[in-house]
Design a protein around this ligand. Structure first.
Ligand code: IMP
Ligand code: MG
Length: 183
C-alpha cells in the first residue's frame, strides 16, 4: 500500500521506501563490520519490527541469526500506556550470545528499558539496540541505542511496520498520521 492508496490519511510523507532502504544499507554494512568475527543474533520486536528486521538482515553482507519477541506497551491508541507485558518470549537461549535488539520505533523508551533489563538478566555476551525511528523523548532516556535509522519529530507516524489500531503496517513509506483518523 502506498500513500496514494490512503488519500487524506497522512499529513506528510517523512520517508520514502527508497530513503528507508538507503539508510538500512548503511546500517547493515556498519553492523556487519562491528560484529566481524562474531555471530550476531538479531532479536526483532513483534509486530512492528517485522519490516525492519526483514530488510536490515538482507542488507547485512554476512551471517546473522534471528529470533522474535512480542511485548505490548500500547493498546490500540496513540499514547504509551505505561504497561509492558511479554506476549511471546524468545525461542532460543541468549546466554553468551551477541544480541542486537531490532526495534521499529522508540518513543518514551519505556518498552525498551524493560526489554533491555529483561534480556540483560539472561547474561548475553553483549546486548545492543538498533531502532529504525527515534522520537525526541527517547534521546534523553537512559537506554543507550547504538544504531538509529532516523530521528523524527514527536508526532504519531505510521507505515513500514508502524500501525495505528493494527492498520497501516503495510504502508511502504512512513508518514505522519492525520489527527482526523484518530480523533
Ligand atoms: P515507547 O515505550 O514509548 O518507547 O513506545 C514504543 C512502542 O510504541 C513502539 O514499539 C511502537 O509499537 C509504539 N509507538 C510509539 N510511537 C509510535 C508511532 O508514532 N506510531 C506507531 N507506533 C508507535
Ligand atoms: Mg513496537
Amino acid at each position: 500500500m502506498d500513500a496514494q492508496h490512503i488519500p487524506g490519511d497522512l499529513i506528510n510523507v517523512l520517508f520514502t521506501p527508497e530513503q528507508i532502504q538507503e539508510r538500512l544499507a548503511e546500517l547493515g554494512a556498519q553492523i556487519t563490520a562491528d560484529y566481524a568475527g562474531e555471530d550476531v543474533l538479531l532479536v526483532g520486536v513483534l509486530n512492528g519490527a517485522v519490516m525492519v528486521m526483514s530488510d536490515l538482515s538482507r542488507h547485512m553482507p554476512g551471517h546473522c541469526q534471528m529470533d522474535w519477541m512480542a511485548i505490548s506497551s500500547y493498546g490500540d491508541g496513540t499514547q504509551s500506556s505505561g504497561v509492558v507485558r511479554i506476549l511471546k518470549d524468545l525461542n532460543t537461549d541468549i546466554f553468551g550470545k551477541h544480541v542486537l535488539v531490532v526495534e521499529d520505533i522508540i518513543d518514551t523508551g519505556l518498552t525498551l528499558s524493560y526489554l533491555v533489563q529483561n534480556l540483560a538478566s539472561r547474561d548475553p555476551a553483549s546486548l545492543s539496540i538498533m531502532t529504525m525511528f527515534r522520537k525526541p523523548e527517547a534521546a534523553t532516556n537512559v537506554v543507550d541505542v547504538k544504531y538509529v535509522g532516523f530521528d523524527i519529530p514527536n508526532d504519531f507516524v505510521v507505515g513500514y511496520g508502524l500501525d495505528y489500531a493494527g492498520r497501516y503496517r503495510n504502508l511502504t513509506c512512513v508518514g505522519t498520521l492525520s489527527p482526523h483518523v484518530y480523533a
